[in-house]
Design a protein around this ligand. Structure first.
Ligand code: SAM
Length: 288
């Protein structure tokens, strides 16, 4: 069964009476070139494990199972589970979990699979993401420090642009700082609307994120760092002093002390700060 053919998608929908859910971002890939590019971008090899976010009807899952030792696919929509069981029936190296990715303990899944001897190589997180929760998914992967060797995900082009933005840019935000602190960001490919059924309203981009060995600054506490960047950007127009005080829940004297110790002018705005400067603020906050 060629799962990337629009005809197959249509016949599966008819057979199962499946109405695709817009709110769950159900736009399925129907372009083999894009599937190839995602897999190449992720550098999946023989002994590796893949966690796929949102398998849909399994078009990418099947290709991943051809290359990797083991694939765990996490899909929230229970209606797709019997379909996936049928479309992926020829593979014995796929586990499907009917769960919300945001509530899934990925570290535990990886550890269990390693201990069960399901794979011996690297761990890749791959997905054509549901666009309504792209940012929460990426923040979760970073916040929980999921032990993955690479993350290769398709998202709305605007979000990819934000992730790659530099300080001073209008699109530079909490997600840019978080991703750029932990990862090297590489664009794999842009994807036109025509590569999906049904067609989404927006253009897409696949990014590859690889954990950096040498970070811009060593952090005392990653969670404090994430809290600081979220608070800093919570109200972009405000000065750092005001946004860290109001969104960060700290009194202004304390924020002034932290910024002075970090050598940052309290009148600056979050969008002007480098990743390293946010790291300094986080380390001083952790010390307070
Ligand atoms: N991988 C398939 C493809 O490329 O054709 C489907 C991708 S589609 C853009 C996104 C998929 O994520 C859908 O199958 C949708 O049901 C699923 N999804 C949406 N929200 C989810 C969540 N919170 N957790 C897990 N899967 C989710």
């Amino acid at each position: 069964m060629d799962l990337s053919s629009p005809g197959t998608v249509k016949s599966i929908r008819e057979k199962y009476g499946l109405q695709l859910s817009k709110s769950l971002g159900q736009n399925f890939i129907t372009d083999r070139n894009i599937l190839e590019k995602i897999i190449e971008g992720a550098c999946v090899e023989d002994g590796d494990m893949v966690i796929e976010i949102g398998p849909g009807i399994g078009v990418l899952t099947a290709e991943l199972a051809e290359r990797a030792a083991f694939v765990t696919a996490v899909e929230i929509d229970g209606r797709l589970i019997p379909i996936l069981k049928e479309t992926l029936s020829e593979y014995d190296n796929i586990r499907i979990i009917n769960q919300d990715i945001l509530k899934t303990d990925l570290g535990q899944i990886i550890e269990e699979s390693r201990q069960a001897g399901r794979f011996t190589g690297k761990v890749h997180i791959i997905g054509n993401l549901p666009y309504y929760i792209t940012t929460p998914i990426i923040m979760k992967l970073l916040e929980e420090q999921v032990p993955a060797d690479s993350i290769t995900v398709m998202m709305q082009k605007e979000v990819a642009d934000r992730i790659k933005s530099a300080p001073g840019s209008r699109t530079y935000g909490a997600i840019s700082v978080a991703v750029q602190y932990f990862c090297r960001v590489t664009k794999v490919t842009d994807v036109p609307k025509e590569a999906f059924v049904p067609r989404p309203k927006v253009e897409s981009t696949v990014l590859n994120l690889e954990p950096l060995d040498a970070k811009a600054i060593e952090l005392k506490d990653e969670k404090v760092f994430m809290r600081c960047i979220k608070a800093g950007f919570a109200q972009r127009r405000k000065t750092l002093l005001n946004s860290l005080a109001s969104a960060g829940g700290m009194d202004k004297d304390k924020v002034k002390r932290i910024l002075a110790a970090a050598g940052i002018d309290p009148g600056r705005r979050a969008e002007t700060l480098t990743v390293e400067e946010f790291g300094r603020i986080a380390n001083e906050t952790a010390d307070e």
